[in-house]
Design a binder for this molecule. Structure first.
Ligand code: FAD
Length: 442
């Protein structure tokens, strides 16, 4: 049996590794169009900021280590350019030229492409995205000698990039078209994040978009013009305004995609072709709470989907659970995290809900270092948990993980009230903030 995988990072490499563990004799070929496989996309901002100093630390594997440890045939700098579904072959272009490779099972994990807004100047050399190890290395090098930067987009990667550039000593303007930073957060939670950004010297601009980037009149850097006509000169522009699924390979082959271009799959990751599976940022998934389908570009789901695709190929898959969209970000000293549906998502889906906030301490107040955890949870009128968000300096990750687990379990307010969570003064309280959310809804 020959399994061909397109894309050698999160979802693709999970599929390849799981396939090998389930089948020692299958031939597994991974095509990756970039120079690196199995790299830590999520670590890229920390390389730019200097926390992760060496480029090599981001490279978790090489084709050689994957061959030695798992017997995978990994071919980098090799792009799959077409699928012939009738012949069950893919066309590839790489260092050896163009070739046609047959498959018994094909896994597509081509990821997503950073969106480039349709405004002038996006092709200037000072304008960059942060998607690959090479992007991170180039940006880290460009920061040397730069004094100012504009980051377009205050989503997860935009925030991490703004912090990284501040850590490197640049004056940073963070420009977000939405009326708040981190648009998936409820506005009152996002306000805390904005205050942290400002306290750390980031010039936060919300409610305005960049309308043009042009070479600066001074001859150094570029001028960024905003939708209200204001402008500023900066040395670097990082564009971080969302991603689009890389699905043209699939759609050109006639596989079904949704209106946003995300590949449609069943609950075993299979496309509408029984020999082709798809995973990761390129596919549409169903939200557990709202039932809305669309892309959710996160590493955890991509890894699990890759694993499931391999299990499906081997006939041992368990059906996928819908996605919760659990996500977390560090913003200087603050953590912001969320799971399930936000109040805005619930409004859009027409789902009735009640929202409660708590501002309890992360651990016993009499033990040194206690700090507030700002938690928000949305419940159905019958008490079923629908979603939660948290912002604070300590203990946010643990509460959101408990609440994500509770969502998966279908818990309600009574269950949260009864959760018996680890407690001693340095770690929590006898009545944990998660219990408090349950008490408030009871
Ligand atoms: P990718 O991991 O992007 O891999 C797709 C690969 O396919 C690419 O290497 C591409 O070159 C290759 N490819 C595409 N087309 C072809 C073709 N035709 N032929 C051959 N190869 C092809 N997620 C989190 O959950 N937490 C985080 O903290 C987080 N931080 C992030 C920070 C950054 C800077 C970035 C860029 C992403 C971050 N993510 C994070 C998102 C996470 O990395 C992605 O959701 C995940 O990598 C998606 O996996 P994937 O396999 O679908 O795509």
């Amino acid at each position: 049996m020959r399994i061909v995988v397109v894309g050698g990072v999160a979802g693709g490499m999970s599929a390849a590794a799981r396939a090998r563990r389930l089948n020692e004799s299958a031939e597994i070929i991974v095509f990756e169009k970039g120079p690196d496989v199995s790299f830590a996309n999520c670590g890229l901002p920390y390389h730019v900021g200097g926390d992760i100093q060496s480029r090599e630390a981001l490279l978790l594997h090489t084709p050689q280590t994957l061959d030695a440890s798992l017997g995978l045939d990994v071919r980098v700098n090799t792009e799959v350019t077409a699928i012939d579904r009738a012949a069950k072959t893919v066309k590839v272009t790489g260092p050896q030229g163009t070739d046609v490779v047959s498959y018994d099972a094909l896994v597509l994990s081509p990821g997503a492409t950073a969106f480039t807004p349709p405004i002038p100047g996006m092709d200037l050399p000072q304008v960059t995205h942060l998607r690959t190890v090479d992007d991170a290395t180039a940006l880290a090098a460009r920061v040397e000698g730069a004094q100012t930067a504009a980051v377009l987009g205050a989503g997860f990667i935009g925030l991490e990039t703004a912090e990284a550039l501040r850590e490197r000593g640049l004056d940073v303007a963070l420009i977000e078209m939405a009326p708040q930073v981190l648009p998936p957060l409820a506005p009152e939670m996002a306000r805390l994040v904005e205050l942290e950004l400002r306290a750390n010297g980031v010039d936060v601009v919300t409610g305005l978009a960049a309308s043009a980037v042009a070479p600066a009149a001074s001859g150094k850097g570029v001028t960024v013009t905003l939708s209200n006509g204001a402008s500023a000169d900066v040395d670097i522009v990082v564009v971080s305004v969302g991603v689009r699924p890389n699905s043209s390979l699939a759609s050109d082959a006639g596989l079904a995609v949704d209106e946003r271009g995300a590949i449609l799959v069943d609950d075993e990751q299979r496309t509408d072709d029984p020999s082709i599976w798809a995973v990761g940022d390129a596919i549409a998934v169903r939200n557990q709470i709202t039932g809305v389908t669309g892309p959710v570009p996160l590493a955890g789901p991509a890894n699990r989907q890759g694993r499931r695709a391999a299990e499906s190929i081997m006939g041992v898959a368990k059906p996928a659970k819908p996605v919760l969209g659990t996500a977390i970000v560090k913003v200087f000293g603050l953590t912001a995290a969320m799971t399930g549906a936000s109040p805005r998502m619930l409004d859009q889906a027409g789902i009735e809900h009640v929202v409660h906030h708590t501002h309890h301490l992360n651990h016993a107040g009499y033990y040194p270092g206690a700090d507030q955890v700002h938690l928000m949870a949305a419940f159905a009128p019958d008490g079923t948990l629908l979603g939660a968000q948290g912002v604070g300096r300590a203990g946010v990750d643990k509460r959101i993980d408990v609440l994500a687990t509770s969502l998966r379990a279908g818990f309600g307010a009574d269950d949260l009230a009864e959760l018996e969570l680890a407690y001693a003064p340095p770690f929590g309280s006898a009545k944990d903030p998660v219990n408090m959310l349950g008490f408030m809804m009871q």
